[in-house]
Design a protein around this ligand. Structure first.
Ligand code: C2E
Ligand code: MG
Ligand code: MG
Length: 710
């Protein structure tokens, strides 16, 4: 590159006629923004200007006479500069770009030129160095490049024209939409694509607008290279330079048809579920509002919120395709029961809503029972008839008019309540249910802060060898010491904790606290074999429960065999591979597993053998009846045989009287737990009991134990 700046350098000793004299040249070079220097064949600076000194952070007149290596560093000099200087001294100009750190200006991007100076008449004796600071220019280039890329990648067609409307640039989206290549368009008028429709007046309007510096927005009709005309939403705006002179125009387009299609599909997806074609929640609420407006207030109407309980199982067993087929079939059934109104909606993944007007001469109960029966008829999938289990919350319209949204919310509240109390076929919304729901919501909120506020306690109930009355282990039972309501039973707050996902941290806390107590007792030489802690099925859902248990055992320093985990039988209503796997891992760790409340769930004796239980706890409902009811006697007998076959121990829970204990002993049951022996005790009281080493019950009476009442 022939750089004008170098010529004066070559003429520095004034050999060329007609050029400025040396003093003027000097003044010019000193004033230059470019750093200039002369280096001799010993690689020493002969002369530098102020810009050069500034770039190197050198003081005025500091550089002349110094070696280049002193300024750039010995290693850089040897590996980079020396070679270039040598070549230049041999007559070959050099140029390179690099970055340099200036003590005053920070990192700068520079362009350096070396030019051979023939000052003394002998070529190659000096090097003229010119350094241009290109930092700003480069950053501007980067900016331009970035915006060019954005324009290039933009899915909207974009064209840039000169001030005459001749195309200078089109992006790939423009090429795709118009069907023309860029080189076919550049230099042509942008109006070339116009179909001439809208007429000339619109063209004039556009020009008037943009020439006045304004943006024009409107619809234009264009014709692609091959194909039918299309309408485009177009924005045309002037581009100005620093002094507000218009230098270009930009046109940004959007296909109106595509835009409309997107808007329409968005609008319909808000109102219609694509899988079932039923309304979405918004769509259902809107349609119900219209129906109620058009039909007065039919006080025999009900809004039902239906939960398809089986959907998750079907998804698990048959994949989402199976689940989708169930949903499609179920929506058909919903529309059938909706009848004339056709008001049915899919509210969430497995939740649907339907509006039904009931007959006035038959009871609501009977009609809803029939409706449930119609909705839950078996459904054929891959040749297998699958039962469809549902839950339902119901809101009656009755006489008080409410909004469609309120009806939906009421039905949702009722369904929510149903989930907690699943024995009923359906639940109707009522004011008391609302109060209960509110109380539940309040309790959930308070439960969230109960851990931080240290409001939980663990109480211990002895498990006793009934033949000797000796305490062999203890069950840890959680208590919530509520600041205003007093002690709250786990029967109340555990289900809330399970629903709100709080059970994991609360369960961890109970486990950790129970283990800590056991360790303290054993350290004090108290002879307690193990502690039992209740675990909820929800704690197994993450699939990592055994790891949590291991971490807590490690942390509290007790052996896995000193821990027993009690898991309620009802959770085994359906077999779960995830649960089974985790139970096996726990068992391999040597943690003892206990099946709690046996007799209340639906365990088939057959599948029990797949689960690795060490202990079966007979539920207190049967235990309390063994002196009166032959069914309970038979059940206890059957469990005893089953336990023997599974090589598991049996423990009877809820023993309240000596008679029951005697009956159980007579039936060969060795271990027991219940108020007869002791109510659950605070940790300190339980420790006191262990220290005494006394047999239970402490005071025997013919009725229930009277040692201590909670
Ligand atoms: P569970 O594991 O079956 O515990 C036995 C329940 O029966 C305890 O109720 C205990 O106080 C009570 N009980 C003991 N002996 C007798 C008796 O002779 N007669 C009668 N009528 N009841 C007796 P509690 O403490 O109210 O616990 C209720 C349930 O809450 C427990 O049933 C257990 O399922 C759950 N639970 C307690 N603590 C925890 C915990 O830390 N985690 C989890 N997930 N659940 C817990
Ligand atoms: Mg238990
Ligand atoms: Mg139990």
């Amino acid at each position: 590159m022939k750089d004008q700046a170098y010529h004066p350098m070559t003429d520095i000793d004034g050999t060329r006629n007609g050029m400025p004299d040396e003093t003027n040249l000097h003044t010019l070079l000193e004033a230059s923004d470019n750093g200039c220097a002369i280096v001799d064949h010993h690689y020493c600076y002969v002369w530098v200007n102020a810009a050069y000194e500034c770039l190197h952070g050198a003081a005025a007149n500091d550089l002349p006479g110094r070696h280049v290596a002193e300024v750039v560093g010995e290693e850089a000099f040897q590996t980079f500069y020396r070679d270039r200087l040598d070549r230049c001294l041999a007559g070959e100009p050099q140029g390179y770009r690099t970055q340099r750190h200036s003590p005053t200006l920070g990192w700068r991007e520079i362009e350096v030129r070396y030019h051979p100076l023939q000052g003394t008449g002998r070529p190659g004796t000096q090097v003229g160095v010119v350094i241009a600071d290109i930092t700003e220019r480069r950053s501007l280039e980067h900016e331009v490049h970035k915006f060019m890329q954005i324009t290039h990648l933009n899915p909207a067609p974009i064209a840039i024209t000169d001030t005459q409307g001749q195309i200078e640039y089109v992006n790939p989206a423009f090429e795709r939409r118009s069907g023309y290549r860029r080189d076919e368009l550049v230099g042509d008028a942008l109006t070339r694509l116009s179909t001439g429709n809208p007429p000339e007046t619109v063209n004039r309007e556009i020009w008037e607008s943009v020439e006045a510096g304004n943006t024009w927005v409107g619809e234009l009709e264009n014709r692609p290279k091959n194909g039918d005309p299309y309408r485009e939403h177009t924005l045309i705006a002037p581009l100005e330079n620093d002094d507000q002179t218009i230098i270009n125009y930009v046109a940004i387009k959007q296909d109106t048809a595509a835009l409309r299609a997107t808007q329409e599909s968005l609008a319909s997806s808000v109102l219609e579920d694509p899988l079932t074609g039923l309304s979405t929640r918004n769509g259902f609420s809107e349609a119900l509002r219209r129906w109620l407006d058009d039909n007065g207030w039919p006080d025999n109407g009900v809004v039902l919120m239906v939960d398809i309980v089986s959907l998750r199982d079907i998804n698990d067993a048959y994949g989402y395709e199976g689940g989708d087929r169930l949903l499609v079939e179920f929506s058909r059934r919903l529309l059938e029961v909706a009848g004339e109104s056709s008001l049915a909606g899919r509210i969430g993944g497995d939740e649907c809503a339907v509006y039904v007007e009931l007959a006035r001469d038959t009871s609501t109960e009977a009609q809803l029972a029939h409706l449930i029966e119609r909705l839950s008829r078996p459904f054929a999938l891959d040749g297998v008839a699958i039962d469809v289990a549902i839950r339902m919350g119901c809101s009656h319209l009755d006489r008080t008019p409410r909004s469609a949204e309120t009806l939906l919310r009421e039905a949702e509240r009722a369904l929510f309540r149903h989930r907690a109390e699943s024995a009923l076929p359906w639940i109707a919304y009522s004011e008391s249910l609302e109060a209960e729901t509110q109380a539940r919501i309040g309790l959930t909120r308070e439960l969230r802060s109960a851990l931080q506020n240290d409001e939980f306690e663990v109480h211990f109930q002895p498990k006793v060898d009934m033949a000797t009355g000796e305490v062999v282990s203890a069950e840890a039972l959680l208590r919530w010491n509520h600041p205003t309501r007093g002690l709250i039973s786990p029967g109340v707050f555990i289900p809330i904790a399970e629903q709100s996902q709080l059970i994991a941290p609360i369960g961890d806390w109970a486990l950790r606290r129970a283990c800590q107590h056991l360790r303290a007792w054993r350290k004090a030489g108290l002879d307690l074999v193990r502690v039992a802690v209740n675990a909820s099925l929800v704690q197994f859902r993450s699939g990592h429960f055994p790891e949590r248990v291991r971490a807590i055992l490690d942390e509290s320093g007790i052996e896995p065999c000193q821990l027993s985990l009690e898991i309620t039988e009802s959770v085994f209503a359906k077999e779960s591979a995830l649960l089974l796997e985790q139970l096996r891992v726990l068992r391999e760790m040597n943690v003892r597993l206990s099946l709690d409340d046996f007799g209340t769930g639906y365990s088939s004796l057959l599948y029990l053998q797949h689960y690795p239980f060490d202990e079966i706890k007979i539920d207190q409902g049967f235990v309390s009846q063994v002196t009166q009811d032959s069914f309970s006697v038979n059940l206890v007998e059957a469990v005893r045989r089953l336990a023997r076959a599974l090589d598991a121990e049996i423990i009877a829970e809820g023993i309240e009287t000596a008679d029951v204990r005697d009956a159980l002993l007579a039936m060969g049951i060795q271990f027991g737990q219940g108020f007869y022996y002791s109510v659950p005790l605070e940790a300190e009281d339980f420790r006191w009991l262990l220290e005494r080493g006394r047999q239970l019950p402490l005071v025997e009476s013919s009725g229930s134990a009277n040692w201590k009442n909670e």
